[in-house]
Design a protein around this ligand. Sequence first.
Ligand code: ASP
Length: 418
Amino acid sequence: MRVCKFGGAALRDGEAFQSVRSIVQAEPSRQVIVPSAPGKRDSRDEKITDLLYACQSAASDGRAFSHLFDRIASRYREIAAALGLPAPDEDLRQVYAGLREGASPAWAASRGEWLSGRLLGAYLGFPTLDAAQVIRFDGQGRLDTAETLALLRKTLRGPCVLPGFYGADGTGTVYTLARGGSDVTAALAAAACNADVYENWKDVRGVFSADPDLVPDALYIPRMTYREQRALSLLGGQVLSEDAVAPVRQAGVPLNIRSFLSPGHPGTWIGPAFSGEKRSEAIAVTGQTKLTLYRLERQDGGEDLAQATLKAGLAPYRMAADADALCLTLKKDEALPQALHRLYERAWQQEHAAAVSVIGEGLSRMDGAARFAAALSAAGIGVLSLHMPPEGLYITALIPGDRFAPAINAVYDAFIRR
Ligand code: ASP
């Protein structure tokens, strides 16, 4: 069985729903279909989810919102008409009534996926589940992964549409996942039914070997391991959020990122290590800008500083304690916590830094660190700090921020464009 997630761009209008149906029907094992709410049709358009939040906010301030709701209703009516389905008037009436009666922001936003799922189910001839019955939250609005997996295991037995992005606690109060959360719903479904594949259908052909804005001839990566995907996502190239991958990684279910614009293209496969394969190349170059580097010195070592950093709830981009100091790299929206100021004796700081990283299981089988340093040096880029963990899944250099684009290209030349 395959679990397929279609995002807002893949469901933006009637024609897009038609392509989704062709994709689903082309492969009978595509049985669990997780839709988002319709997204933008062009850059000036509105996402249904944003319109629903706007309606809820107007309703809760006592402002009129029917003009906003009409925009939502006409999108769904147009899709239904294009698919030859009856207009979803009763569903829309329920949503409107809920908003008037003081619905929460989460309930309001969840109706985008609910309406989209009801239409897609009718169009595919699959039953549509209510995610409130199977995606379980605790009373504080935190996802209860264990209970959700147990409920999904019992429920996912054959073809169905499972709307993404929302669920409910045991009393039926609706909660949403983070924005883009349909990716998480589908990952949970794929893990629960131990799917053969989790297909995530996007408007790109897969994961790229570098940001195409910086490296115009970057290529899509045909396959990568979960470890590589995680390193890529943590070091800069957001592919899918960690929450959207962790369930399938833990269950060992392969993830296939595909393009609904080119359904024949195999996309990027992400899985456990590929058996018998000993690759000896890097797969991607990525990075991060707007970093601040700190070196906090303390006579009796950096350890307490490390503990204080974690206690303060910081998630540093990099952190390393050595004999007499803690080296911290923070993203621009993170400041050094007050609690730390009392603990060090001397601080060195550099703002506007950037990180450039190369990623690949194969780095441990090549003289990667030397090649990486040589590439940066040949491009005249001064390295502020350099790191390769044992087993060499990645190599990262911290560099002055104004050298970011040349550094990405130099490393790309040395490892990928060869
Ligand atoms: N519709 C929601 C959003 O716009 C969730 C999703 O697309 O996955 O964030």
